[in-house]
Design a protein around this ligand. Structure first.
Ligand SMILES: Cc1cc2nc3c(=O)[nH]c(=O)nc-3n(C[C@H](O)[C@H](O)[C@H](O)COP(=O)(O)OP(=O)(O)OC[C@H]3O[C@@H](n4cnc5c(N)ncnc54)[C@H](O)[C@@H]3O)c2cc1C
Length: 498
């Protein structure tokens, strides 16, 4: 059986890695010059940086097993520090009671409390779960907290008003989190099984998040698989609703029995030969948002302790600032400066997307000064990296337009659709890795996992997270699982695979 994978990001490269382990012949087509997609690690000013903050966290043992198998012992547990910058103050996130209280002030804290209790008392009938992001959050936190901690950031990120944003965004990212849980987390120490957004340590490869995908690629090539770089796929070819192969941008046709695609869903659909017009129309209604990352090399080794900060301030265009000095020593080695990344989110047609690199570096330099995070430290250099199509926009009604596309693509024999822009799902690395695992399993083991459900309805009964010493079962499971398998065991497994 000949299998092609389109895209060598976490989803595609994991699928290829799993299939190669099972003995399949796999070709990976990658548009860029390296693997890792949005989760790659790049070299900059003699240091290593990711494309924005890349915390890895999963409680799915299948995802964690693969991650450990690949990373071996080359990872560490990072103590997370993240804060929210709002009205010239820094709020710890997750919440720290005294910090939150002293920053808000007594009057605002009472306002927040009253607004929450008012919300609890009034009927939530008009705030149904399936409504908008705004109603979902107001229902769980009260209007005042929504206005302070959710509104400006979300509107910066998505570029649309919170009442035009589907509640799926909240359901996927802040699922089950409520004010009560945030408070319990703040007051009760050592609580296990924290909500995903509240975990205070995370596993991180010493040399950057992209190492995982680089190692998978090495394994694939060592086992005879092919990765074709600089080879964007133009279209997937079908006949009688069955795939026949794919055509690359330079017009070459390659025949395949199965194709796993992680290329942007909208582009895939637009190029399919037998696609009805109404499916193309639905695809055209889906929108992606872009990110501009402006990296600044700052002449100091001790700027601030956060891994990243959320910038809620309305008068700053940046939405998030990452300090790579606080992730892993191996990222900066002997260098004596700190690399920061400021993120700007926009659509293709936005004026900021069209600004020159110099203009963007000037903007970021001016904004970072205004936060007072770098004091008088000198900015030595700037670098701009643009990531197109990186956020699938969950505007209200997007699901109704996505569903017919899902149904149509699922009807094509031999085609599997996975990935963040591949499946139009707001994935983190773990979701994309899981999609890769399950897409491979559908081919190699004949399982029938519904890949469209991952990151929406997909629940797995087992749960285990990564700790310093390996995988730790984190709550009761219905199936037996190796409770404390060490990273050493996994690297041994990996060696055997090699
Ligand atoms: C700023 C930012 C911060 C993030 N922070 C985190 C975080 O903290 N934690 C976390 O877990 N995740 C984070 N993510 C998300 C994470 O980066 C993605 O979930 C993950 O990379 C998605 O993997 P993927 O394989 O689905 O897609 P991608 O990473 O987008 O990979 C797709 C690949 O397909 C290739 N491709 C596209 N079109 C074609 C074509 N026509 N032919 C051939 N190849 C093609 C691309 O070049 C790319 O290499 C963040 C993302 C961003 C942008």
């Amino acid at each position: 059986m000949k299998i092609a994978v389109i895209g060598a990001g976490p989803a595609g490269i994991t699928a290829a890695y799993q299939l190669v382990k099972s003995g399949y012949e796999v070709d990976v087509f990658e548009a860029g010059d390296s693997v890792g997609g949005m989760s790659k690690t790049i070299d900059l000013w003699n240091q290593k940086v990711d494309l924005g903050p890349h915390r890895f966290f999963s409680s799915d043992p299948r995802v964690n097993k693969i991650w450990l198998e690949v990373v071996g012992n080359d990872y560490e547990m990072v103590n997370r520090l993240t804060r929210i910058y709002y009205q010239n103050k820094f709020f710890h996130y997750p919440l720290k009671p005294w910090n939150a209280f002293s920053n808000l002030g007594l009057k605002e804290a009472i306002n927040c409390g009253l607004s929450y209790f008012r919300q609890m008392l009034i009927s939530n009938k008009h705030l149904k779960d399936e409504d908008t992001f705004e109603s979902w959050v107001v229902k769980k936190f009260g209007r005042r907290l929504f206005e302070i901690f959710f509104k400006t950031y979300s509107e910066k990120l998505w570029g649309i008003k919170c009442d035009e944003l589907d509640s799926d965004f909240a359901a996927q990212r802040i699922k089950n989190l409520s004010l009560i849980e945030a408070l319990k987390n703040a007051f009760l120490k050592g609580k296990e099984n924290k909500h995903k957004t509240l975990v205070d340590t995370f596993a991180y490869p010493h040399h950057g998040t992209g190492v995982i995908y680089e190692r998978m690629a090495e394994f694939i090539e060592k086992k005879g698989g092919n990765i074709y770089y600089h080879t964007p796929v133009k279209k997937v070819c079908t006949q009688n609703n069955k795939i026949t192969g794919l055509e690359t941008i330079n017009g070459e046709f390659h025949q395949y029995d199965k194709i796993i695609s992680t290329m942007p869903l909208t582009r895939l659909v637009a190029q399919l030969p037998e696609v009805p017009q109404y499916i193309i129309d639905f695809a055209n209604s889906l929108k992606f948002r872009n990110t501009i990352l402006v990296y600044l090399n700052v002449d100091s080794v001790d700027l601030f302790a956060d891994n990243w900060l959320y910038i809620h301030a309305n008068d700053l265009l940046t939405g998030r600032i990452t300090n790579f000095r606080n992730w892993s020593k191996q990222l900066y080695g002997n260098e004596k400066s700190s690399i920061l990344a400021l993120e700007y989110w926009c659509y293709d047609e936005d004026e900021i997307w069209l600004r020159s690199n110099n203009e963007l570096i000037n903007l970021a330099s001016e904004e970072i000064r205004r936060t007072e995070l770098i004091g008088n430290a000198q900015i030595l250099a700037g670098y701009v990296h643009r990531v197109k199509n990186c956020y699938p926009v969950y505007n209200k009604g997007y699901k109704q337009n996505l569903k017919p596309i899902e149904n149509f693509l699922s009807s094509i024999d031999g085609l599997s659709i996975i990935g963040r822009y591949g499946a139009f799902k707001y994935n983190n690395q773990d979701h994309s890795i899981l999609m890769g695992i399950l897409a491979a399993s559908n081919i190699s083991e004949g399982t029938k996992h519904n890949l469209w459900d991952i990151n929406t309805d997909y629940e797995y009964q087992e749960s285990a997270t990564i700790t310093k010493t390996g995988l730790q079962k984190s709550n009761e499971t219905s199936q037996p699982f190796p409770v404390h398998q060490t990273a050493q065991n996994y690297s041994q497994n990996a060696k055997e695979l090699n």
